[in-house]
Design a protein around this ligand. Structure first.
Ligand code: NAP
Length: 258
């Protein structure tokens, strides 16, 4: 069965591992946006770069005879997920979305929930603060002219200098990050607020546990709402593999209840 995996996440990497062990059953191509400079590549067929919008993706599915698509992109990658829904609907290809559950606050957390990055910048307020900014290098514009705070920005690749808040220091690092190391970072840097996306998952949750312990505030940016009508959703690679097996063995009619 020819499968396209839209990747770029921890869950996608777990799925690559499962698919690498079953190349006799599934012929998978992994698609990456090309956003990360040195991505971790699987031992599967890989293509890198955009498809050219929804129509381009639909054409690619048809040209390559794709029989199933797994959208394992990041919860904040709303554009490609919307394109996948439309392209798969039009091409008649079954689509599954792998989406890790979002984080929710626990007792002792000091979270401010905001709908988007602009609101996160506003929520920092006017009093100077020491900020750990972990929203990724592409979402920095709302913070770019805020000169009253002390910024430590963490991202996999170094951001474009024009987007950096004044005086920001950059910590280039790729998760996972454990709780103890996160606590040390927050203490050493005397961070008093973290700004983060609600990415969910274990790999980057350590900072939230450390923040709870140290009484550090968190500004949490909500996930974008995916549109149009979403695909069926599973939380991890194992469940996605079970869906693929069911599709392979019994056909699309068995998948209605997923
Ligand atoms: P996005 O806004 O939803 O997508 C922008 C465009 O990038 C899409 O329209 C598509 O171009 C291309 N694209 C995105 N994912 C692709 C993929 N897997 N394969 C081929 N083309 C892809 O996405 P984004 O937020 O920029 O994220 C880009 C990638 O980074 C995603 O694969 C995502 O899983 C990963 N990522 C994102 C975040 C985040 O916070 N946004 C965090 C970690 C990882 P065309 O329209 O030309 O097809």
């Amino acid at each position: 069965m020819r499968v396209l995996v839209l990747g770029g996440t921890t869950e996608a990497r777990a799925l690559y591992g499962l698919l690498e062990a079953r190349t006799g059953r599934f012929q998978a191509t992994v698609s990456l946006a090309g956003a990360t400079r040195a991505p971790v590549l699987p031992a599967l067929d890989v293509r890198i770069g955009g498809f050219g919008g929804m129509a381009g993706l639909r054409a690619w599915l048809e040209t390559h005879g794709i029989e199933a698509v797994i959208d394992a992109t990041h919860p904040f990658a709303a554009q490609i997920s919307g394109n996948a829904v439309q392209a798969c609907t039009q091409a008649g290809v079954p689509l599954l979305r792998v989406e890790r559950p979002g984080w929710t606050p626990s007792a002792g957390d000091d979270w401010t929930l905001v709908p988007d990055m602009q609101a996160a910048a506003c929520a920092l307020g006017t009093v100077p603060r020491r900020v750990l900014l972990t929203v990724g290098r592409k979402d920095l514009l709302p913070f770019a002219t805020m000169d009253r705070h002390d910024w430590l920005l963490r991202s996999v690749d170094r951001p474009d200098s024009a987007l950096l808040p004044p005086g920001a220091r950059v910590l280039q690092a790729r998760g996972p990050f454990d709780e103890a190391a996160e606590e040390t970072l927050l203490r050493t840097e005397r961070i008093d607020v973290i700004v983060t996306k609600n990415s969910g998952g274990m790999a980057t949750a350590g900072k939230l546990v450390a923040a709870r312990r140290l009484g550090v505030a968190v500004i949490m940016v909500a996930r974008p709402v995916l549109a149009p009508a979403p695909a069926p959703v599973v939380p991890d690679a194992t469940a996605a593999m079970a869906w693929l097996d069911a599709l392979h063995d019994h056909g699309a009619s068995t998948l209605r209840d997923v």
